[in-house]
Design a protein around this ligand. Sequence first.
Ligand code: FDA
Length: 389
Amino acid sequence: SDRPDIVIVGSGFFGLTIAERCAADLGLKVLVLERRHHLGGNAYSERDPATNVEVHKYGAHLFHTSNERVWEYANRFTTFTDYKHRVFGKYQGQVYSLPMNLGLINQFFGRSHTPDEARALIAEQSSEIATEDASNLEEKAISLIGRPLYEAFIKGYTAKQWQTDPTKLSADIITRLPVRYTFENGWFSDTYEGLPTDGYTAWLQKMADHPNIEVRLETDWFGSDVEAELKGKVPVVYTGPVDEYFGNSEGRLSWRTVDLQESVVETGDFQGTGVVNYNDQDVPYTRIIEFKHFHPEREKTHLPGKSVIVHEYSRFAEEGDEPYYPINTAEDRAKLLKYRDLANQEPMVLFGGRLGTYKYLDMHMAIGSALSMYDNKIRPHFAEGVELK
Ligand code: FDA
């Protein structure tokens, strides 16, 4: 019959990993429903026609992992470039190399420090407040790195990110603020890092490219024929927002979103690097992304004299906005517990991915947790008849 063996709601990395494993490893017939006009979830990218530069349509996506299994799995579908991510930060007319490191300390304090001298300086400046006594984010940050670095590199950026004064934010938003006492300025410190050679969309399409996988775009699970006919009859892996699944019965979970303002500028190089953070509080955006720098090896294919950039503005998500980062207040956590109870009682439905679990997941974490769900729940169900829950 035409009936699928399993339905996946959402075609992001979580959903496609489950779909690929079910089709390739178990030979199941898989139906993926995706309500957007494209597959791939938030990792989706496309070529900008004016510049021929690949643009990550839901914000900059840098792949990095120390998980051997995820790295091996990802390499089945794409190769990776040797791109190594670096971030710079503007503050009061200067550009600094992030994360906070010896180069930044020397530049900021206007003279050279040995690693030991820099350590002593930061220890002295951070002794103003004891970390245990910190009652808000500002105090916590000062207790970790001292007031001068906090005011330059954390205060304005954090206030813009959260639209909230850091003295009104909870101290547990940050656990550590690493300062490197070396000149190392690689943003990530994972074993593997790089960008998919032919872009994210080619990688995501390759995962879905199996005769047993059908992806139905512009199809919302809610109200679909598939929901009407198959709910409760075949296993469903749901990767959309968990609150939406239950009609927001316990209240909405809160998210931050980012407004991405894309434009083409008439210069071959706007900022000399991929990501520049704006730390000054009076600059309304948090970052500018210049996508061509993610793929220097494609330089010859980029159209000359132009570049595509994106200004990012962070704010609280309202109904209808893209949910990007879970805010995770105490209220959110209480609602989430109720949704988890409901989810556990929902027959034949598994909840996964960043929206289905209300957790910020990097791509490698979304893939890793999908592989675990496959191993621990889905494969045992189909291969050994274990009840699905
Ligand atoms: P994802 O959100 O990708 O996919 C869910 C899909 O389900 C969506 O396509 C949605 O349309 C669909 N859907 C929802 N409800 C539905 C319904 N009712 N019916 C049908 N379809 C439905 N990671 C990283 O490793 N490095 C990075 O640099 C970044 N950068 C980054 C920037 C920003 C701004 C964000 C928000 C996120 C990142 N990430 C990241 C994280 C990365 O985006 C994340 O790991 C993956 O998107 C997670 O994949 P999922 O499949 O869980 O969700």
